[in-house]
Design a protein around this ligand. Structure first.
Ligand code: PEP
Ligand code: MG
Length: 404
C-alpha cells in the first residue's frame, strides 16, 4: 500500500536516568506512531553524534532538527523505509550525523518503519525482516543482573554481569532469568555493604575479588536448576587509564587481562565477553579471538559501533565473532541492516542492545526478532523501560506462533 507521510513532529521526553531525549511522532491517513531514542553512557568514540544543546543536557536543538529541517523534506513523501533513511543520510551529509544528530535522525527512521507496519497491518518484526532480508527468530535473553563499571560508579570492575538462559521460548527463558536474579538478590543480602540499583536496573554493590560476582551467578544459576550461561560486558574502554586496565585497584596489561579472562572462562560457565579490551586495541581483540574464539563469543560494541564500515574492517581482521547492534550508534535502520548483513556474512552472531538510558519504546524487541538475532540485551526487569522490552518479546512469541 502506498502511504503518504502527513505529519512529523518531535518533542523532548525523559529517559530512565531522567535525562531529556527525543521522541518523534509520525502520521499518515488513519495512523499515528511514535519512536523514542535511547542514550548511552559508556559510549564508543566512533558512535554517531548525539545532538545535545550547549548545556550538554537538553535536546531542544535535536527537536528543532526534526521539526524544522527533516519534517518539511518528508511530509508529503511516500513512507518507504529505506528511501526515507537514504534521504536522512543525504540530508545530514556527514559520516557521523553531526549536522542533524543521530538522535534526531533515528527517531524519524524508526517511526517510518513503524508507520508502514501499522498502515499495512503487519507485525513490526515481520516488516523489519522483509526489509532487512533476514529470517526472524526468537533471541536469547542477555539479562544484566549485576551492574558495575560506569553504570554503577565502578563499584565492580566490569560493567555488566549477565545471565543467558538456554531455554527455547521467551516465556521459559524470562522465568528462568528472573528466578536467577531473585537468587542473586538473596545471595547479596548475605554480604556486607549497601546494595543499590545500577543504571540498567541490576544490583550494584562493592565486592573484593574478580571471582566473587561469578561465584554468586554460578550459585544462583544452580539454584534455578541450571540451564543458563554467564556473559559479561567488560566495557574495557572505561577501565583503560594511562595505558593500562584498572580492575579492583590493580593494573593489567592487555596480555595479563587476557589471562584473567581465560581463568574466568576455565573456572565459570562464562561464554560471551563484550568489549574485553579498549576500543582501539584491535590487536588485543585479534589475539584473544584467535585464542578463545572457538569456545566463547568475543563481542564488539565500542569496537564496532554498529558502523557497517567498521564491522567490515573488524570482520576482515578477525577481531571478534559477535557484534552489539545499537541503532543510535549509527542513526538509521538502513545502516543497521547493512552492519547486520556484513556481520552475518562473516559468520558473526548478532546481539541487539538497549542503551543504559532507556525509554518506554519496546522497538528493540521487534528489531531483535526481525533480524534473527542470537541475543538481546534489555537489562533487568526492575525498571519499566526494561520490562516493556520483555513484555513485547512475550507478545511477539505469540505472534510468532501464529505466523509459523
Ligand atoms: C553497553 O555498553 O553495552 C551499554 C548498554 O551501555 P551504554 O548504553 O551506556 O553504552
Ligand atoms: Mg557494551
Amino acid at each position: 500500500m502506498s502511504i503518504t507521510i502527513t505529519r512529523c513532529e518531535a518533542r523532548a521526553i525523559r529517559d530512565s536516568r531522567g535525562k531529556p531525549t527525543v521522541e518523534v511522532s509520525l502520521a499518515c491517513a488513519g495512523h499515528t506512531v511514535s519512536a523514542a531514542v535511547p542514550s548511552g553512557k559508556s559510549t564508543g568514540s566512533k558512535e554517531a553524534l548525539e545532538k545535545r544543546d550547549k548545556d550538554g543536557i537538553g535536546v531542544a536543538d535535536a527537536v528543532v532538527a526534526v521539526n524544522d529541517v527533516i519534517a518539511p523534506k518528508i511530509i508529503g513523501k511516500k513512507a518507504d523505509s529505506l528511501a526515507i533513511d537514504r534521504l536522512l543520510i543525504d540530508l545530514d551529509g556527514t559520516d557521523n550525523k553531526s549536522v542533524l544528530g543521530a538522535n534526531a535522525v533515528l527517531g524519524v527512521s524508526i517511526a517510518t518503519a513503524k508507520l508502514i507496519a501499522a498502515a499495512d497491518g503487519i507485525f513490526l518484526w515481520k516488516y523489519i525482516a522483509d526489509t532487512a532480508k533476514t529470517t526472524p527468530s526468537l533471541p536469547k535473553l542477555y539479562m544484566n543482573v549485576i551492574n558495575g563499571g560506569a553504570h554503577a560508579d565502578f563499584r565492580l570492575p566490569f560493567q555488566e554481569y549477565i545471565v543467558v538462559p538456554n531455554d527455547e521460548t521467551i516465556s521459559k527463558a524470562y522465568a528462568r532469568a528472573r528466578a536467577i536474579m531473585d537468587n542473586v538478590g538473596k545471595e547479596l543480602k548475605k554480604k556486607d555493604g549497601a546494595v543499590t540499583m545500577g543504571d540498567e536496573g541490576g544490583y550494584s554493590l562493592r565486592l573484593d575479588t574478580l571471582d566473587e560476582p561469578f561465584d554468586i551467578l554460578t550459585d544462583s544459576i544452580a539454584q534455578a536448576g541450571g540451564g543458563a550461561f554467564i556473559a559479561i560486558d567488560a566495557a574495557a574502554t572505561e577501565l583503560h587509564r594511562g595505558g593500562a586496565y584498572e580492575l579492583l585497584g590493580s593494573r593489567y596489561s592487555a596480555m595479563s587481562l587476557s589471562l584473567a579472562y581465560k581463568e574466568l572462562i576455565e573456572k565459570f560457565n562464562l561464554r560471551s565477553i563484550e568489549d574485553p579490551f579498549e576500543e582501539t586495541d584491535t590487536k588485543a581483540f585479534e589475539a584473544f579471538y584467535a585464542d578463545v574464539g572457538d569456545a566463547v563469543l568475543v563481542v564488539g560494541d565500542d569496537l564496532t559501533v554498529t558502523n557497517p564500515g567498521i564491522v567490515a574492517e573488524m570482520a576482515e581482521r578477525r577481531a571478534a565473532n559477535a557484534v552489539i547492534i545499537k541503532p543510535n550508534q549509527i542513526g538509521t535502520l538502513l545502516e543497521v541492516y547493512d552492519a547486520v548483513s556484513i556481520a552475518k556474512n562473516a559468520g558473526w552472531q548478532i546481539i541487539v542492545s538497549h542503551r543504559s538510558g532507556e525509554t518506554m519504546d519496546p522497538f528493540i524487541a521487534d528489531l531483535a526478532v526481525g533480524l534473527g538475532a542470537f541475543g538481546i540485551k534489555a537489562g533487568a526487569p526492575t525498571q519499566p523501560e526494561r520490562v516493556v522490552k520483555y513484555e513485547r518479546l512475550l507478545a511477539i512469541e505469540n505472534e510468532h506462533g501464529i505466523i509459523h
